[in-house]
Design a protein around this ligand. Structure first.
Ligand SMILES: Nc1ncnc2c1ncn2[C@@H]1O[C@H](COP(=O)(O)OP(=O)(O)OP(=O)(O)O)[C@@H](O)[C@H]1O
Length: 280
């Protein structure tokens, strides 16, 4: 086991796909913590994860991470064949994953409501996701990389998955990197955040620091001035009011009538990604 403080470290990573370029970007996943990855559709989250894992080849950059057999991986496009039964998928994984724990996999299947004799092609999208997660976790990997693990899951199943991942993370060495569009999955769960926008990492660091560095601002249109308007990211003007986010350091530029509050992650992501009204 490596003693470095990062479970994954990529430097100067570049991947070109059609007209899209990912990077150059640096990415570090702290060992022993939960790192969430957010970004708009097409911003490059899946490309980043696949490139880190060597599933697609990087055009430039260096990547340090454990060997594939020791990493638990789940993508929304399954690595399993449609005519396999759940138990066949487990057999294949058992031969390629050091430390495969069949009892643990069976327990995960029971928890997820998956039957060993069910065929992969007969699973719903959510059940397919659960199977991929059970397979990914079947050998208690130190590093889990999950691409949108909660998509397609109903609210109870989502909450249960987050609980399961929390239990997994109690192990000292466990590290988790996962992408999501459901920012509420990150609240009270992720320690670090990687925010990808148009192929670039625009933030990578502690989640708390990101939340503290922005304020959600809401006020009447007459409170907007030539000085404070350019400070607002994702400015949205309604009939009488506006909202957006600003760097916390710029709070003093807004008068007492303007309401400032700690933003949710969703507010940061939504306002960061949206263009200001006048740019539409
Ligand atoms: N197989 C491919 N060939 C060419 N271009 C691709 C391929 N897959 C993805 N792309 C392009 O790479 C870009 C990033 O896609 P990617 O799937 O990484 O985004 P994402 O952030 O995971 O999006 P989403 O949230 O919708 O899953 C997109 O613009 C897409 O068009």
């Amino acid at each position: 086991m490596s003693t470095t403080e990062h479970a994954v470290e990529a430097v100067g990573l570049v991947k070109r796909r059609g007209g899209f370029t990912l990077g150059p970007l640096d990415l570090r996943v702290p060992r022993g913590f939960v790192t969430g990855m957010v970004g708009a559709n097409g911003s490059g989250k899946t490309t980043t994860l696949r490139t880190l894992l060597g599933l697609i080849r990087a055009d430039a950059g260096s990547i340090a991470m454990p060997p594939m057999g020791e990493v638990g991986v789940a993508f929304d496009q399954p690595f399993v064949l449609p005519y396999w039964r759940v138990r066949d998928a487990a057999e294949v994984y058992a031969t390629s994953r050091p430390g495969w724990d069949q009892n643990w996999f069976d327990r995960l299947c029971r928890r997820f409501g998956l039957r060993a004799d069910e065929r992969v092609k007969e699973l719903s999208r959510g059940q397919g996701n659960k199977l991929m997660i059970a397979l990914a976790m079947g050998n208690h990997p130190d590093l889990l990389i999950l691409d949108e693990p909660t998509s397609g899951l109903d609210p109870a199943a989502r909450a249960d998955l987050v609980d399961l991942l929390r239990e997994h993370m109690r192990r000292e060495e466990a590290s988790l990197l996962f992408s999501t569009h459901i920012t509420s999955d990150l609240e009270h769960f992720a320690d670090y955040l990687v925010f990808v926008d148009n192929g670039q990492v625009v933030y990578s660091g502690p989640l708390d620091e990101l939340v503290e560095s922005f304020a959600y601002v809401k006020g009447a249109l007459e409170d907007l001035t030539a000085e404070n308007t350019p400070l607002i990211r994702g400015l949205r003007r309604g009939q009488a009011n506006f909202d957006g986010i600003i760097p916390t350091a710029d709070s003093a530029a807004f008068g007492p009538g303007v309401h400032l509050e700690t933003p949710t992650i969703e507010q940061i992501v939504v306002h960061y990604e949206r263009r200001n009204d006048e740019e539409h």
